[in-house]
Design a protein around this ligand. Structure first.
Ligand code: PGA
Length: 250
């Protein structure tokens, strides 16, 4: 009942020319995918990506958005700017932003509100660090992160957002949460959404798993009932690998 969504997070990779080449290679490989397909590219690559995806089912996403509409915020981009550049999705609160750039649950929430009000679909990242899982804090932490991130949205708005559960210890490490671990924690996130916004909204929200998802492990993860897709880093930088993840159901 929820359409799967597979999104590539290119992080700080690819020039505009490389963006065009990768998307051209990807297009025929994902054209008949059942899943929603998104590529979240560096800001300077957005025009090249928007041009290249024309005539395909691939959507373009950004990797961050500021919460103010304009002003003295050097280095930032507003939701209005992204929307005007034909961006549909935006990653918010990725663990790398939290870890290296001081992103907090509060700024994540402000960015989510700005994105939704600006007509973008946020892909909101939550997830625990290794020590937090070992100490038994995972459920409380993802509940807290999710609840704060969505504060101020209506249930109607909540049902359209995308959440990415990304255990920090699984990102770029080759370590993956087990299918059951990922399913269980995503179930906790859905429960947190139900508690605040109702079952109807919680049942509609698409919740991805992220963290070393690849052509080999995608089938097992996607077979879990709570997992609605993936946010893919490393494996999204090669057309063939990313296409295999997108076409997990074939
Ligand atoms: P990875 O990255 O697939 O390279 O682990 C996922 C992410 O950071 O979104």
């Amino acid at each position: 009942m929820r359409t799967p969504i597979i999104a590539g997070n290119w992080k700080m990779n690819k020039t505009p020319a490389e963006t065009k080449a990768l998307i051209e290679e990807l297009k025929p490989l994902v054209q008949y995918a059942a899943a929603t397909v998104v590529v979240c590219v560096p800001a300077v690559d957005i025009p090249a990506a928007v041009q290249a995806v024309k005539g395909s089912k691939i959507k373009v996403g950004a990797q961050n958005v500021h919460y103010m509409p304009s002003g003295a915020f050097t280095g930032e981009l507003s939701a209005g700017m992204l929307k005007a550049s034909k961006v549909d999705y935006v990653i918010i609160g990725h663990s790398e932003r939290r870890q290296y750039f001081g992103e907090t649950d509060e700024t994540v929430n402000r960015r989510v509100l700005a994105a939704v009000e600006g007509g973008l679909t946020p892909i909101i990242c939550v997830g625990e660090q290794k020590e937090q899982r070992e100490a038994g804090y995972t459920d409380a932490l993802v509940t807290y992160q999710t609840t704060i991130a969505l504060t101020g949205l209506t249930p109607q708005q909540v049902r359209k957002v995308v959440i990415a559960y990304e255990p920090v210890w699984a990102i770029g490490t080759g370590l993956t949460a087990t299918d059951e671990q990922a399913n269980e924690t995503i179930g906790v996130i859905r429960k947190a959404i139900a508690a605040k916004f109702g079952r109807g909204a919680a049942n509609r929200v698409r919740i991805q798993y992220g963290g070393s998802m690849n052509p080999k492990n995608v089938k097992g993860l996607m077979a879990q009932p709570e997992i609605d897709g993936g946010l893919i880093g490393g494996a999204s930088l090669k057309a063939e690998d990313f296409a295999k993840v997108v076409n997990f159901d074939r």
